[in-house]
Design a protein around this ligand. Structure first.
Ligand code: NAD
Length: 328
């Protein structure tokens, strides 16, 4: 059986990545949509053959509880709306897939985790890189000390965002570089090292302070791990960079870009090459998550993964604000 997925929020990620990926998945399919824009509903309905009964808006969303076609609700809304819709989906008895960043703060993350536990539905966070085979192989290299002990992580993820009037510039919507791209260095550093950071020191800067007066344009931050490992991280909505570099005691590992949808590229100091291994990272992720539900197994990227990253994000904001190192 294939699971029916309803996408909530039909913006660019749903339109250009998730919906096409759902046509490639083996274990789930696009069964429904939730949108505030009736004209979008018409276009999607035609393109993907979605029945009238499986189209919802934000007001009648809770009626999705009565729809047996929908097994999973995938929340792909602006960051400030993740908690509200993930909690509502859980109470509607649907499994929840929630995009990164999980939510705006630790409390919201805990509310989502609790709602999913109470309603006995599974919760997956959309960290596609944890499913991605090159990233997983690098994690194995580190686990097995193939290049000696891991000494330093350098990780940067950003892009130049020239848009104006977008929610990514709005603080109340969860805008800014840290929520958008900063969670990638954090999540990859935690995932690949297998360790949890104990403190963070963060700096905030902006080339366009007039545009980025509410939210962070650029953040540089150092994560300190218990055994002396440091991660030098950077994120920006003004700078194009996307690299992950591990310095180990007997060599190094590089992935650059490490987070793009396609075109991942990298190598190790002894010549191992990294290239794309899956046709669609999103299809790969959704099939893993669907299989975990169908076979009632633990999911690969549970809510706790989103929560742990948001703990770091909260501490980083506090650090940048106060100019001090903050314990996590
Ligand atoms: P987007 O701006 O393109 O889409 C957001 C959608 O939300 C739009 O359809 C918009 O109409 C709708 N919306 C509903 N209420 C809104 C409101 N009050 N204000 C603004 N928009 C509202 O954004 P996106 O790039 O599709 O990002 C959506 C989510 O997906 C974000 O949480 C983002 O972090 C995540 N995302 C994840 C990845 C990934 O690789 N995992 C990639 C891109 C985006």
């Amino acid at each position: 059986r294939k699971l029916g997925v309803a996408l909530v929020g039909l913006g660019s990620y749903s339109t250009y990545q998730l919906a096409p990926a759902l046509e490639m998945t083996k274990h789930c399919y696009l069964a429904g949509i939730v949108t505030g824009t009736p004209s979008k509903a018409q276009v999607w309905q035609k393109k993907y053959g979605i029945p009238d009964a499986n189209i919802y808006n934000y007001e009648n969303f809770k009626n999705i509880a009565d729809n047996p076609d929908i097994d999973v609700v995938y929340v792909v809304l602006p960051n400030s709306m993740h908690a509200e819709f993930s909690v509502k989906a859980a109470y509607a008895g649907k499994h929840v897939w929630c995009e990164k960043p999980m939510a705006l703060n630790v409390q919201e993350c805990e509310e989502i985790i609790e709602a999913c536990a109470l309603n006995r539905v599974k919760l997956c966070i959309g960290y596609r890189m944890q499913h991605e085979p090159n990233t997983r192989q690098i994690r194995e290299f580190v686990r097995n000390d193939n290049y000696g002990s891991l000494q330093v992580i350098d990780a940067s993820a950003g892009y130049f965002d020239g848009r104006s009037g977008h929610w990514r510039l709005d603080k109340s919507m969860g805008g800014g570089a840290m929520y958008d791209m900063g969670v990638y260095p954090i999540n990859n550093a935690r995932f690949i090292s297998g360790q949890e950071p104990v403190s963070v020191m963060a700096y905030k800067s902006a080339f366009r302070p007039n545009k980025f007066h509410e939210v962070d344009e650029t953040m540089n931050f150092i994560l300190e791990f218990p055994n002396g490992l440091m991660a030098n991280c950077a994120t920006s909505l003004g700078i194009n960079y996307n690299r992950f570099f591990l310095t180990c005691s007997r060599g190094h590992i590089r992935l650059e870009p490490f987070q793009f949808y396609r075109g991942l590229k990298g190598s190790t100091s002894d010549g191992v090459q990294f290239r794309d291994q899956v046709q669609s990272q999103q299809a790969f992720q959704m099939d893993h998550d669907a299989m975990a539900i169908l076979e009632n197994r633990p999911v690969m990227v549970p809510g706790e993964e989103g929560l742990k990253d948001i703990k770091v994000v909260e501490a980083a904001f506090q650090s940048a604000e106060k100019g001090i190192r903050v314990k996590i």
